[in-house]
Write a protein that binds this ligand. Structure first.
Ligand code: AHG
Ligand code: MN
Ligand code: MN
Length: 341
């Protein structure tokens, strides 16, 4: 029997390039730079318990969170790969306060910018739980020369491509260029991401809700009611649903993308903008979820339609299977007038 031909990520991206008229090949090369850095990060993630790479550096990042060594390593790898590649003119990273304008003669006139969360789920590094990388690629607004802040402050619907890498029981890269979502599993024996999940479609509904329920008392009334509804016994709608919350957004979204479900990181009365960052967490994952047939909002408006006004802006987020999104939004609307403090 003939074996199926392996399709590698690089081959796949190159093949798809022809779907974009006037493609210069720069996006293809950019994705290839990102996947190379991801393989290097993957290697370090896999030996995180063996070498002195885990543990804290003793510094806080600009968001006041403790930075782990692997976060720093991942940040350096992605920035290095994108810098030497020369196919983007700027990078915004969760780990750096300001955006980085690349000024090599090739890079400064490149057409793309990249927003990245180099290591997502960093509190899970030390305990051997899945972590990830998230990236978003935008076309610059400025025409030439060093990139500007305005190049980064674009709505999510302007994204040219977005993706994530999950360092889980296997390592996968999932990405979209706005024509569906495809997933590639890293075959460590050949060091290549191979097409394993073509045309990912998110089920219309699911049995999983993912939220940090420890903060229940801090949520708005509509969300509390939705959570209680998820817990009710009702055979017709397959409830109660299961609560699954890994604490690495990439891993929670990946599971829900494949099996159906809803992920929520809402506002609390102390943090009205929630926790998750728009440019390098919410926008790219919303693009993927929507391309797979799901929906993503801040409770009322589409995430991809929100206009960011600062680099590290946060937003509440609700994302997942269509019908579950409809349910949560109707609870939020019905209880909108109830004060949560
Ligand atoms: P990061 O490690 O990049 O800062 O992201 C962590 C995020 C996200 O991955 C996860 O969903 C969320 O933080 C978990 O936060 P809580 O512990 O507040 O639930
Ligand atoms: Mn993150
Ligand atoms: Mn991070």
């Amino acid at each position: 029997m003939l074996e199926k031909k392996l399709v590698t990520l690089d081959e796949f991206v190159l093949e798809k390039q022809s779907e974009f008229p006037f493609a210069s090949g720069d996006l293809t090369r950019l994705l290839s730079d990102i996947s190379l850095a991801a393989k290097i990060v993957n290697r370090e993630v896999n030996k995180a318990g063996l070498v002195d790479i885990i543990g804290t550096t003793g510094h806080n990042n600009i968001q006041g969170e403790v930075v782990k060594k692997l976060d720093v390593f991942a940040n350096e790898q992605f920035i290095h790969a994108l810098t030497v590649g020369g196919y983007c003119c700027g990078i915004a990273s969760e780990e750096t306060d300001e955006y980085i304008a690349l000024d090599s003669p090739h890079a400064r006139d490149a057409q793309y910018i990249v927003c990245i969360d180099p290591l997502d789920g960093s509190s899970n590094i030390d305990v051997n739980v899945s972590i990830g990388t998230i990236f978003s690629i935008l076309r610059r607004k400025s025409l030439t020369g060093p990139c500007t802040l305005e190049d980064f402050l674009q709505k999510g619907c302007e994204q040219v491509a977005a993706g994530y890498v999950i360092y889980g029981s296997s390592t996968m890269m999932v990405y979209t260029t706005g024509k569906g979502v495809n997933g590639f599993t890293l075959d460590p024996s050949i060091g290549e991401f191979c097409l394993s999940h073509p045309k990912i479609q998110m089920p219309e509904t699911g049995k999983t809700y993912s939220v940090n329920q420890g903060y229940f008392q801090k949520f708005e009334e509509g969300l509390k009611q939705f959570i209680m509804w998820c817990q009710e016994i009702d055979d017709d709608s397959n409830r109660p649903y299961s609560l699954r919350y890994i604490g690495s957004m990439v891993a929670d979204i990946h599971r829900n993308l494949i099996t159906g479900g809803i992920f929520i990181y809402p506002a609390t009365y102390e943090h009205p903008n929630g926790k998750l960052r728009m440019l390098y967490e919410c926008n790219p994952l919303s693009f993927i979820v929507e391309q797979a047939g799901g929906r993503a909002t801040n409770g009322h408006q589409k995430i991809l339609e929100l206009q960011p006004v600062e680099l590290h802006q946060r937003t509440p987020i609700f994302m997942g299977s269509k019908l579950m999104m409809d349910h949560v939004e109707s609870f939020l609307n019905d209880y909108a007038s109830v004060s949560n403090k």
